[in-house]
Design a protein around this ligand. Structure first.
Ligand code: HEC
Length: 220
């Protein structure tokens, strides 16, 4: 067989192969369905009755403990555990833009009572319509307040102050606190103490490993 013949035969073979895949409508029919439940799933529409669940609802709540994408893990801070509040901290640190966001959130959610100058003289309190005195963040008692205690006030509320847990996610709470602490550091309060968790053993361990320490012999 010479070269030209070989090429012609090769072309014919490819052509035949291609046409075999496309021989009209008949060949496109998948044929008989032997297990229709597998081919066509028996779906339940969102609001139809669903016999697979005791309550008959097809739309389900997320499994408990589910963390939505892009959200932080739960903080595990329990209401009333005030000694845990004092040492509670975060490893998050914030840049200027995030501190500005903290200020923005503070002015929206907290300024009405605590005042946009953070002096406890917000318009709601000044108007006399809200009797309880909001914390004055310039005041000695609050200047040195641990960040975890502040976090607990936002998460659980404090006496006349309600909880802001549903308005502010974990990162937003810390951004608001970072803003308050920055302001306090500039007004005679403690320096900005976030980003250096003191008691979180797991974080301390991770930090030690990151610094190259041999932690295998340590108790955790
Ligand atoms: C409706 C008014 C009101 C709003 C809004 C409000 N607070 Fe308060 N807050 C108070 C009052 C009143 C107190 C004093 C509670 C007490 O000690 O009895 C307080 C206390 C606090 C304390 C001190 C907690 C403690 O343990 O003594 C912190 C921290 C605080 N607020 C932060 C915030 C932040 C952050 C926001 C915004 C997310 C906010 N508050 C929104 C009224 C308010």
């Amino acid at each position: 067989m010479n070269k030209t013949k070989g090429i012609v035969i090769a072309f014919l073979a490819v052509g035949l192969g291609l046409s075999a895949c496309n021989t009209g409508a008949m060949r496109r029919n998948p044929g008989k369905t032997y297990a229709p439940d597998m081919t066509y799933s028996q779906a339940y529409d969102a609001y139809t009755h669903n016999p697979n669940f005791a309550d008959g609802e097809t739309s389900r709540l997320p499994v408990s403990g589910t963390v939505a994408m892009g959200h932080e893990l739960p903080d595990h801070l329990v209401e009333g555990d005030t000694s845990a509040y004092k040492t509670f901290n975060t490893s998050m640190t914030f840049n200027e833009a995030e501190l500005a966001e903290g200020a923005r959130l503070f002015n929206i959610y907290c300024g009405i009572c605590h005042g946009t100058k953070l002096d406890g003289q917000g318009p709601l309190f000044v108007s006399g319509k809200f009797a309880a005195m909001p914390a004055n963040f310039k005041d000695g008692k609050y200047l040195h307040m641990p960040v975890g205690t502040m976090y607990a006030a936002i998460k659980f509320g404090k006496n006349a102050m309600g909880s802001y847990a549903s308005q502010l996610d974990i990162k937003q709470r810390w951004m608001v606190i970072a803003y308050i602490k920055k302001f306090q550091a500039e007004n005679g309060g403690d320096a900005f103490t976030m980003g250096t968790p003191a008691t979180d053993a797991a974080t301390a361990h991770t930090a030690a490993v990151a610094e190259g320490a041999d932690t295998t012999q340590q108790k955790h």
